[in-house]
Design a protein around this ligand. Structure first.
Ligand code: ATP
Ligand code: F6P
Length: 486
């Protein structure tokens, strides 16, 4: 029987507090959210403790005066919020499965950092201070306009007034702000200056700390998109067989021919060639053929983008697998994320091999990826924070191009459906039915070569809800996740 790994087998990983440092509007919450999402995707239990949310329970809409150093009341309330967040965080660490807590606050003075450091040491936890330092006034102003004027602190206020008040808040912090320097060399820290223009790293000792540093130094905020598509329908898809290295079907070839137009019409940046990433399997290269030929884009093949290896089941239909290996078939349905095919892989294995792809994606600008069903699911799980029990069951139809655009606190996803029929390779739990021709999948058909553009946005997580001041799951621009789950 295939192997099921335990839900979390990370006893080797130490418990670490990542302490954010920096003036307001320096991307601390942005970084915190991304790190949490990345760690959770790699099965490391992580949580953000945002001091602002604690402060908001008593002071939901403070103006800049609240943050004035001479305001004793304000100072007291802010210290109380920091204490409450820190205490909750220490409590959270009592569960040894919880590995990385991110303390999201300005922590802008040496004395505040010493207090936090002492508490962390006392609790026998490791730490890493992450300072974001930025003196680019234009960028700070655009950060304020992008996220701060719509913060829960300023609900119902005129955005210009909110921006002015937020500038004053920053000025108040500037009066006491002390950047991390030589005098704090006993701390483990990474200091990111002007979004990676310069990086200072101090005293990294642990494997997870160094992974975090690597991730953090790869982040950028240049506007860009990632286009993502499965290969066109293959001959194996038509036969209901999994795995293999089949050629595209006639309909799959039509999708490949249409793809350059589909990509063009999805909105390309001017004069910015995309790099095409495919797997090493024929069906993805064949799908990318016209993108290369017509648009002249460079193509890179990644073994890491190959389809989930189904081991001894490669080349079989789901019915054949359930007849030959009924226990395995059941075990996979019971825990699809962790089930590893005999001689093959699990979704968990795939995520591990995709980690370098995610790192490279974070560093890169515009990329188009042509890959496979399980791989698309894992990549989407990273960008959309889809939990492990759901991601392997996501419906990702053939002949559909997705455009992922990272935003401040999430990823916007647009889907462009080519009107070229294809079988549906999605298998609901318990079913052994052969792949069948897909019936509209909730999307209406357009004329041949025409597109159905569904603009979808990542369902926000609880932290983002707190920041955006909306009810859980209730952000207004969320149409739907667009991916069916059972
Ligand atoms: P506050 O202290 O008010 O909570 P913050 O530092 O947490 O502020 P964010 O809410 O994270 O600030 O700001 C998000 C904005 O910061 C986004 O527009 C994002 O593009 C931008 N950003 C992300 N990383 C950085 C960085 N390293 N330096 C400056 N800005 C950044
Ligand atoms: O059926 C197409 C396919 O890409 C197979 O090659 C692969 O084994 C399968 O999808 C992965 O999907 P699932 O994990 O739902 O079986």
């Amino acid at each position: 029987m295939g192997i099921c790994l335990p839900e979390s087998d990370r006893s080797d990983v130490t418990q670490i507090v990542m302490v954010m440092v920096g003036l307001p509007a320096r991307g601390k919450s942005f970084i915190s959210g991304k790190v949490k999402r990345y760690l959770r995707w790699t099965s490391v239990k992580a949580e953000v403790f945002n001091v602002g949310s604690y402060r908001r329970t008593d002071n939901p809409h403070p103006d800049a005066k609240f943050f004035d150093v001479n305001n004793a009341e304000g100072e007291k309330a802010r210290k109380a919020a920091a204490e409450a967040a820190l205490n909750d965080m220490l409590e959270w660490f009592k569960d040894k499965d919880n590995k990385v807590a991110i303390l999201d606050a300005t922590n802008s003075t040496k004395s505040r950092r010493k207090w936090i450091h002492d508490k962390i040491v006392e609790a026998k936890l490791l730490h890493i201070f992450v300072e974001s330092k930025c003196d680019n006034e234009d960028l700070i102003m655009s950060n304020i306009l992008e996220v701060k004027t719509s913060s829960p602190d300023y609900i119902g206020q005129d955005p210009e007034e909110a921006a002015r008040d937020f500038r004053d808040r920053i000025r108040n912090y500037e009066k006491v702000y002390q950047t991390i320097d030589e005098s704090e060399k006993q701390l483990t820290y990474v200091k990111i200056i002007n979004i990676g223009e310069r990086v200072v790293i101090n005293l990294i000792q642990d494997y997870l700390q160094s992974r975090l540093v690597y991730y953090l130094t790869n982040l950028h905020i240049k506007p860009r998109s990632i286009w993502l598509s499965r290969h066109g329908e293959s001959e194996y898809n038509l036969e209901g067989k999994i795995g293999g290295d089949a050629n595209l079907s006639e309909r799959g070839q039509r999708y490949a021919r249409l793809l350059p137009d589909l990509v063009r019409r999805s909105g390309l940046p001017k004069d910015a060639p995309l790099t095409i990433w495919t797997s090493t399997l024929r069906r993805t290269s064949q799908t990318a053929k016209y993108l290369q030929k017509e648009l002249g884009w460079e193509k890179l093949q990644w073994k890491a983008l190959d389809e989930l290896d189904s081991g001894v089941c490669d080349g079989m239909t789901y019915k054949e697998i359930s007849d030959k290996f009924p226990e395995d078939f059941q075990a996979r349905d019971d825990d699809k994320y962790n089930y590893r095919y005999r001689g093959g892989e699990s979704y968990r294995d795939v995520v591990i091999r995709l980690e370098p792809i995610i790192m490279e994606l974070e560093r890169s600008e515009n990329i188009i990826i042509i890959t496979h069903q399980a791989i698309v699911r894992c990549i989407l799980a990273y960008f959309m924070e889809i939990p492990q029990e759901k991601s392997p069951w996501m419906e990702v139809p053939l002949h559909t191009l997705m455009k992922l655009t990272p935003k401040a606190y999430g990823t916007e996803v647009e889907r462009f459906k080519a009107d070229i029929p294809a079988v549906s390779t999605w298998r609901p739990k318990g079913s052994t039915a052969k792949h069948h021709d897909s019936v509209s999948e909730g999307m209406s058909d357009a004329a041949v070569g025409d597109l159905k553009n569904l603009k979808l946005t990542e369902t926000p997580n609880a932290d983002a809800d707190a920041r955006l001041g909306t009810a859980k799951g209730g952000r207004e621009d969320v149409a739907d996740t667009g991916f069916s789950m059972p």
